[in-house]
Design a protein around this ligand. Sequence first.
Ligand SMILES: Nc1ncnc2c1ncn2[C@@H]1O[C@H](COP(=O)(O)OP(=O)(O)OP(=O)(O)O)[C@@H](O)[C@H]1O
Length: 605
Amino acid sequence: MERQVTYSTPATMARLLHYSKAYYLYYIGLLLIVVCASFVNLGYLEAVRQIVSGATSKTLQPVYYGAVLAGLTTGLQLALSLLQEKVMVKLKNQSITSMQNHVLNELYGKKQEELDRFHSSDLVGRLLNSVTAAQTGINEKALTLFSNVMQVVMAMAYFTWLNLPLTLGLIGFALSYPLLAYPISRYLRVLHDRHGDDIAHRDIVLQEAVQGSQDVKVYRLQGYLAGLLGKRLDRAFARALKISLFERGSEGLNRLATFGGMIFTLSFGGYQTLKGDLAVATLATFVVTSGQLTNPLLSIAWLWTEMIGSIAQANRVFSLFDLPDEEVKEANEAQEANEAKKADKRTEAATAAPEATNDLIDTCQDAITLKKVSFQYRDGAEALKDISFQVKKGQLAAIVGASGSGKSTIMKLLLRLYRPDRGELLYRNEAIQSLELDHWRAEIGYVSQDTVLFTGTVRENISFGLTSAPQSEVETAARLAHLHDKIASFPQGYDTIVGERGVELSGGEKQRLALARAYMRRPNLLLLDEPTSALDIENEEKFRASLLELMKGRTTIMIAHQLDTVTSADLIIVLKDGRIEETGRHEELMLRRGHYYALVQSQLA
Ligand SMILES: Nc1ncnc2c1ncn2[C@@H]1O[C@H](COP(=O)(O)OP(=O)(O)OP(=O)(O)O)[C@@H](O)[C@H]1O
């Protein structure tokens, strides 16, 4: 699993702030509320002073005045805190949802080979937990931090007005805490980063345990999984314990500073009172309310250690943003390659007779052409070597070969999930890398081995993003896929909810639904990945009938394991160990008695 890049704390903070600038009106509102609340808070301090001074001078008026002031302060504080909560909840909801959408869109734009390095549960964890923690950090914790700073400023001004030496002493004690806690907070940042990885490792086991629950039952893997989970939990627990101990240690230092400040106020203040330099009421105000200065000062340091946790989570999100993008650079490079190729062609045509090329390849305008394509997965062996073939408009090409021979890899290159290391993939004589990615994918109808049903209605699953498609079109697509009667038999018809939380469709029905989806988009190209491998005879017949309908006038490239499905193909490409072993039609290949013949024989046996 991927270990993330660690950015410095200020750099991550700056990015979080930059990202959050869209919510500046909320922040301004919250800051105003916090400033008002800090000012209003002074009411308590003054109320205490008035009451004690009334008590010591035996006059009632300051006592009444103090009581009214305390009541008013409480009312105003409550109103301000309700307002703050309301704005904060709105901010939290909007910022978390928007950041999650942003992360998802970022992920869709990243190179597939980069995404392959993450476990899906790690990505989901970053999307759900890390985004929430990062946003909570920047919204709630940063605001509380600011609120504390404001309280410190206000209380400092008030206490300085009452007595400067006592105030300075109090501040000195309070500041000793952040100074002592600083090295702890640096170490905590490292621990939080590692704990994030621990949690991701734990979630991977949990996700696989849930996803593979049937296999777990059948193979009685409960004990094995419990052991594995236990190990991951132990590691996460050990680190969490370390974090807690350091945080509690940090709290201990906090208490030491608070207690020291209290002793100082009593002893130095008492001494000044004895000397007659300090009124009893002022000393009492200091003793009772010094927390209004020291507590926020101490929580600033404490909150900072908490913010470190959020920053570590933000780091996990930003390291996804910084993965290489798939489109822009590739498009530019390929564009240049195309231009260069066109220029070369013009020169060739003007000067010399064309060189002999692979006899499969011509310059047919509507063809898909692969020219000497090679590809190697990161950390893997070369999966494709010098692959060349051409599929003309309207033709059906079938890719066959043993498991691991490279069939799916060709599909992935055609879908532009990966780019070839060498060679070219051309569509209408243009490198597909040079085409706008969205336009290229809009040309394609893709049916994969596993059709995913998204939780939603059947209609939504067929129209699949084409939200304005009329019902008649959805129905036509469903009829083509031989699904209409089945859907009509559901009490809710096309409004039936399917997917994990609704009606389950059989494997064959899902495959046909994928054909209906492809039909809705009227693609020029069909890419099919082993669509009939999991179907029973009835479903396979329906699937083939639907497919024949869908293929009319379209260029189709299909991966096939069952060789009886490819007998009518215009071109069969036989792969072996990443190379093309043979190409031709079924009859030719059978006569040649080569690798294809051997594959057919092995299936008949
Ligand atoms: N993401 C990946 N990372 C590294 N190697 C990979 C990856 N995907 C596939 N391979 C390797 O590339 C080679 C070709 O795999 P590919 O999936 O294209 O074969 P295939 O013919 O489609 O196999 P199957 O019929 O079993 O699906 C195999 O050796 C495989 O192990």
